[in-house]
Design a binder for this molecule. Structure first.
Ligand SMILES: Cc1ncc(COP(=O)(O)O)c(C=O)c1O
Length: 282
């Protein structure tokens, strides 16, 4: 039962929600989004998701249509109206509806706000390993903005799927950036490595949680460039995202990673992640 969406102040059935053909999100992908995991009806790291949303809106010069407390209330209502439990809240803000299709902006546009809920399946699963393929990062140079313009990511995800893999791990000139819909971590000699947070990757909320948990448990964390050769010879590799939490990679293309089973560091951090979630939602 996740049929109720929030659109510009109204709670309506998904099937009857309508936006204008002149919405700049529809015409130009002129907008940003968030995916907020909800465990036992409680949003996880909401403050951080709202702060990233605000930062991305600022980068696009779109006025944030709601205060933090207003967002919280909208999200709480949506969770309740969609039956609660473990959900993923999709939140999208576009620049709004223009008078005509024109690259240039109209003054004083009212942003379009859409929120939807779907089941968060990962919350009920045990840790599972997946496979990945290495692909050239063909995207633009502002991957730090959580833009709804996801054509590059879509092409890469589907290319991975077509070659039988669960995720694409992307690189620019041999340096790993991130997954098509995730951040990337590797372990070598019990130290953790992840590419630095810059304009070439999205600063993942899950990435931050993993870094915090790893540092708290005494692991050395390096946020630095990773060459694909280092990735392929790592002891462990995993991806992280709100939708997938921590997903260990057992194989990248033909190369088995480590011993091909879920590694000890991924296992421990996954358990810590589950425990951390529970402390916040109970
Ligand atoms: C390209 C990309 N990088 C990283 C992430 C991980 O971000 P988060 O942990 O905030 O979900 C995502 C999530 O969808 C993503 O699409």
């Amino acid at each position: 039962m996740t049929d109720i969406v929030y659109l510009n102040g109204d709670l309506v059935a998904k099937d009857s929600a309508k936006i204008s053909v002149l919405d700049r999100g529809f015409l130009f992908a002129d907008g940003v989004y968030e995916v907020i995991p909800v465990y036992n009806s409680t949003p996880f790291r909401l403050k951080q998701h709202l702060s990233r949303l605000n930062a991305c809106l600022m980068q696009l010069d779109i006025a944030n249509p709601h205060s933090a407390i207003e967002w919280k209330n909208i999200i709480a209502t949506l969770i309740q109206r969609n039956g609660g439990g473990h959900l993923a809240i999709y939140l999208q803000v576009t620049r709004g509806v223009s008078k005509e299709r024109n690259h240039l902006l109209d003054a004083n546009m009212t942003p379009t706000v859409l929120l939807m809920a779907s089941k968060l399946t990962v919350a009920e699963q045990n840790i599972q390993s997946i496979t990945a393929t290495l692909l050239n990062d063909i995207r633009w140079l502002h991957c730090d903005i959580k833009s709804i313009a996801l054509l590059g990511n879509i092409m890469l995800s589907n290319k991975a799927r077509q070659s039988g893999h669960d995720e694409a791990i992307l690189h620019r000139d041999g340096l790993v950036t991130e997954g098509a819909a995730s951040n990337v971590f590797m372990v070598k000699h019990r130290e953790l490595f992840t590419p630095p947070q810059n304009q070439l990757i999205l600063g993942g909320i899950t990435r931050d949680v993993i870094i915090e948990l790893a540092e708290a448990s005494g692991l050395k964390v390096h946020q630095q460039d990773i060459h694909i050769d280092q990735l392929l010879s790592a002891d462990e590799v995993w991806i992280s995202s709100s939708a997938r939490e921590i997903s260990p990679i057992r194989q990248i293309d033909d190369k088995i990673i480590g011993s091909g089973i879920i590694g000890p560091v991924a296992s421990v951090l996954h358990s810590e992640f589950q425990a951390f979630k529970k402390t916040l939602i109970n």
